[in-house]
Ligand binder design. Structure first.
Ligand code: ZN
Length: 360
């Protein structure tokens, strides 16, 4: 995880909490490591027999991690990346570790960087997600603020322009790396044109368990948190937990969140007996104390925003004024994109004002 990259670039690339749309070293992307590389596009780390942590190599913008679970008769995939283009590369990469058919795709939540590859999975693959995830993906997600500000083609073109403006001063390897990133992002923008949000075909409200041969796969909703319908995928025998954006080692995107309930959901996450977390972004996590760091970050953020509101500032003014300087939870917070911060603060204002936020 690169936390020392140039500030301007970080600001441009920070998306749903992390640098999920970066193409060279942001979470979900592991250009530096070739161990476990199964294709040009993917590295698969086998975290238990038949259970793979799937991340991108940087050749293609996949934007988020996936998990691949190979069972006796079939394969279960968790999360579908950011575009059908990225999902097709994931499906192709799965063939390098198993000839068995993919039977289920599970969506951790509705956000574009985890679910906009859904349509690439072949007919017959059932998509499992929370009922809220289905509701949102049936709605007009391509017109909503999170996608418009962060994921849309115009937002991505701004990032390309920022990278291009750095080309002039860059030479040698740095220039080469910039060019590769620009090429991957240009392919990404083209791929965005193909996206047709595709909802789960099977939904759950609280809990569902798949028994695939001897494999037990639990899908659990721990309460509203990063969105209204996050689920985690828990393998109790292997003590592996896929957490999507409910938890990874970095600041969460809060623009579609339920901040107060988020802290409580993380408390429930702590109670699950796990050894390895496969997060939605970034590297594997084995230290459970990091969940507490995320809780502290959300509490601190809420209390700062609440104080600014009490001073009479509008959400927009608060977004310009808020300083992350004293937070100390994660490095690089000061350079977070202010457009993204604005979406988060608007959301917290809604919560503080007691507006009904249940539907969105
Ligand atoms: Zn998300």
């Amino acid at each position: 995880m690169r936390i020392d990259r140039k500030t301007t670039l970080t600001a441009a690339l920070l998306v749903l909490g992390w640098a999920a749309v970066s193409v060279d070293g942001g979470p979900g992307v592991r250009a530096a490591s070739t161990s476990g590389q199964v294709s040009d596009t993917h590295v698969f780390d086998e975290v238990a027999p038949g259970v793979y942590f799937a991340a991108g190599t940087g050749a293609l913008n996949v934007a988020s991690n996936a998990m691949v679970v190979v069972n006796e008769e079939d394969v279960v995939v968790v999360d579908s990346h950011i575009t059908p283009d990225a999902a097709r590369a994931l499906i192709q990469s799965v063939k390098a570790v198993s000839a068995k058919p993919i039977r289920y795709l599970i969506n951790s939540h509705f956000h574009f960087d985890h679910a906009h590859g859904n349509q690439a999975f072949p007919e017959g693959v059932e998509i499992i997600g929370h009922e809220y995830t289905r509701e949102r993906l049936l709605g007009n997600v391509l017109d909503e603020p999170t996608y418009r500000v962060i994921g849309s083609p115009p937002a991505q073109r701004k990032i390309i322009a920022a990278l291009e403006s750095q080309l002039d001063g860059a030479t040698g390897k740095a220039r080469e790396s910039l060019q590769l990133r620009i090429a991957a992002l240009e392919r990404h923008v083209k791929a965005l044109g193909e996206v047709r949000p595709t909802p789960p075909t099977i939904t759950l409200k609280h809990k569902m368990t798949l028994f695939r041969g001897s494999r037990e796969i639990r899908i659990l909703h721990l309460g509203r948190a990063h969105t209204g319908g996050d689920v985690v995928v828990y393998l109790p025998a292997e003590k592996i937990l896929f957490t999507g954006d409910l938890f990874y080692d970095g600041p969460p995107y809060l623009g579609d969140s339920f901040p107060e309930e988020f802290v409580a959901a993380l408390e429930r996450l702590k109670a699950i007996e796990f050894e390895t977390i496969v997060p939605g972004h970034g590297p594997l996590v084995r230290d459970p104390r990091k969940i507490g760091v995320r809780q502290d970050y959300i509490r601190r953020y809420r209390s700062e925003v609440s104080a600014l509101r009490k001073q009479g500032l509008s959400a927009e003014e608060a977004a310009a004024r808020l300083s992350f300087a004293g937070f100390g939870h994660y490095p690089g917070l000061e350079s977070r994109n202010r457009g993204t911060v604005g979406l988060e603060i608007r959301r917290m204002y809604q919560e503080l004002e007691g507006k009904r936020v249940s539907a969105r």
